[in-house]
Design a protein around this ligand. Structure first.
Ligand code: FAD
Ligand code: SIN
Length: 531
């Protein structure tokens, strides 16, 4: 069975829906999403969106902060491209009805700007501490009301449909859409289109501890890699310094804005404000890589389970007013953040590397555009500046739509596509293999490819990835696909890309910190992997 639309979009987060809304003015668009339409990271975003809106702030300041956080690995042209478009993106979100906090909401006052690590100015627009949910809801409402947009949740894309013939990386591999598993019926269906936009989010769940949602298994990255697209800077996995430490709730983020509004990081036994020993000038507002490494060092040095994040010195009304969602969650766990410190640990948070895209969101493969966390656009470099990622989704979602519409007349209609062949596979009789391999990958990635790396540990991880590879491919070739199996295969390939990239970088830069190469090279170079 084959379904055809003008444009296929894989992913219903900020990047996918932004592209869908811009395209739907002229084309019929199909949006496919694994699980629910709100299952991506977008809905979970807390802090906000960075944009120069304060009179004392400038684009140049935001560019500089982004490049300092990115340790010079950013592409300046991309950084300027995104930052200059930020105020317009915020305007469009306001038009869609996102209720950003204002200094005087009823009077339509100025947008309230909060602050996060690495930003030299207040520049984060937000909706309390649940910005992502407000953005996701507004985008979904607009997409739902648009007759040119069809959204199908419960569809796990398996692979891109390409005309590539097994040759090495080549720009000849045109993409005609994707095969997707209907999660309700278990059938795999071809969805074809003249243009496909990959917006399937990051690969955070490759790590044992991550703030990312369950479905962040690198599907978009792995699908594009298998289809022949190059990947860049996959070693740059960002660890957020402050994930709640709790034995039951494993991946709840405590937004950076808590530090932005005055929160202190303390040794849990001595109460020492330890950032003074690592970055005395910027303290808790140093970029994330610096703060995460400092916490990791404290935990390892003193054998701690966690450190404390404390904002109880601020008035209780101020704390509750700024962080109502976090306050409610913590209260349910018996922590009163207005009087008590919060136990926190670093956890994987964001995938800086991914599918290489140009300023028009085009990839190496004709017919495929990509936007959002699955890409490497040159914006983040070696470490993403807080609240620059939702922004990247809006700017590159728009860029993809613009480029597709401009090139529309050159885009060929898809040919007849082979139906998915499952004549040689059966239902799995050993689901335990999936769980076992999934757990194993996430454990060794956490232990061997974490915040502080060594070549020896990376090689150990590489060895395990090779061993598991054959087993996972055999399993994939023998059994009918399920979402769990598709995710395991993608998780494994994402781990492979991260480890291979990390082994290629012989320096420490931004998020990639290795004891074997502690120095930073004079010239910043991207790591590029070719399929
Ligand atoms: P996502 O929003 O992750 O959406 C991915 C989509 O792809 C989903 O619809 C998913 O179902 C779909 N998908 C995945 N695989 C498949 C498949 N195989 N087939 C079909 N569909 C598929 N950034 C900020 O700028 N500011 C913040 O305050 C902020 N806070 C954050 C807080 C948390 C807890 C987390 C985890 C991230 C935060 N980030 C923040 C990062 C930001 O939320 C993400 O980078 C951004 O939302 C990614 O958007 P996206 O559209 O690329 O992907
Ligand atoms: C946060 O709120 O700390 C997350 C912001 C981000 O990831 O950009």
């Amino acid at each position: 069975m084959t379904f055809q639309y003008d444009v296929l979009i894989i992913g219903s987060g900020a990047a996918g829906l932004t592209a869908a809304l811009a395209l739907a003015e002229h084309k019929r668009v199909l949006v496919l999403a694994k699980g629910s339409l709100t299952g991506g990271s977008t809905a979970w975003a807390q802090g906000g969106i960075a944009a120069v809106l304060d009179t004392g702030d400038t684009f140049e300041n935001h560019v500089r902060d982004t490049m300092i956080a990115g340790a010079g690995l950013n592409n300046r042209e991309t950084v300027e491209f995104v930052i200059e478009r930020a105020p317009d993106s915020i305007d469009r979100l306001c038009e869609l009805g996102v209720p950003f906090n204002r200094d005087d909401y009823d009077e339509g006052g100025d947008l309230h700007l909060t602050r996060e690590g690495g930003h030299s100015h207040r520049r984060i627009v937000h909706v309390d501490d649940a910005t992502g949910w407000a953005v996701q809801s507004a985008l979904l409402k607009a997409a739902d009301a648009n007759p040119n947009i069809t959204m199908l949740p419960g569809r796990t894309c398996v692979d891109l449909i390409t005309s590539r013939n097994g040759e090495k990386y080549s720009a000849e591999g045109r993409v005609w859409g994707a095969y997707a598993l209907d999660e309700a019926t278990g059938r795999v269906v071809a969805h074809t289109a003249r243009a496909t936009v990959m917006a399937a989010g990051g690969a955070g769940r490759v790590y044992q501890f991550s703030t990312a949602p369950r479905g962040a298994t690198g599907d978009g990255i792995a699908m594009a890699w298998r289809a022949g697209a190059r990947m860049s800077n996959m070693e740059m996995m960002q660890f957020h310094p402050t994930c709640l430490y709790n034995l039951e709730v494993k991946n709840f983020l405590i937004t950076e804005a808590v530090r932005g509004e005055g929160g202190h990081l303390l040794h849990p036994e001595t109460g020492h404000r330890f950032m003074a020993d690592y970055d005395p000038e910027r303290m808790e507002l140093a970029p994330r890589d610096v703060v995460a490494r400092a916490i990791d060092d404290q935990i390892k040095r003193y054998g701690l389970d966690y450190v404390h994040l404390d904002i109880s010195h601020k008035p209780a009304d101020f704390v509750r007013g700024h962080f109502p969602t976090i306050d409610e969650k913590l209260s349910g766990l018996g922590i009163d953040m207005t009087t008590q410190p919060i136990p926190v640990v670093p956890a994987q948070h964001y995938t800086c590397g991914g599918v290489i895209v140009g300023l028009d969101a085009s990839t190496d493969l004709p017919g495929l555009w990509a936007a959002g966390e699955c890409t490497e656009s040159g914006l983040h470099g070696a470490n993403r500046l807080a609240s620059n990622s939702l922004l990247e989704c809006f700017v590159f979602g728009e860029a993809a739509a613009k480029d597709i519409l401009e090139r529309w007349d050159e885009l060929p209609a898809p040919p007849a596509i082979k139906a998915w062949d499952e004549s040689r596979v059966t239902d799995s009789d050993e689901e335990v293999v999936i769980k076992q391999n999934w757990t194993e990958i996430r454990r060794f990635m956490w232990n061997y490819v974490g915040i502080v790396r060594t070549t020896k540990r990376l090689e150990r991880a590489r060895h395990r990835i090779h061993m598991l590879g054959q087993e996972i491919e055999d399993y994939y070739d023998s059994f009918r696909v399920t979402t769990d199996l598709i995710e395991l295969r993608n998780l494994h390939q994402s781990a492979f890309l991260i480890v291979e990239s990390a082994l290629e970088r012989h320096e420490s830069r931004g998020l990639h910190y290795t004891l074997d190469y502690p120095e930073t090279d004079e010239v910043a170079r991207d790591t590029v992997l070719v399929p």
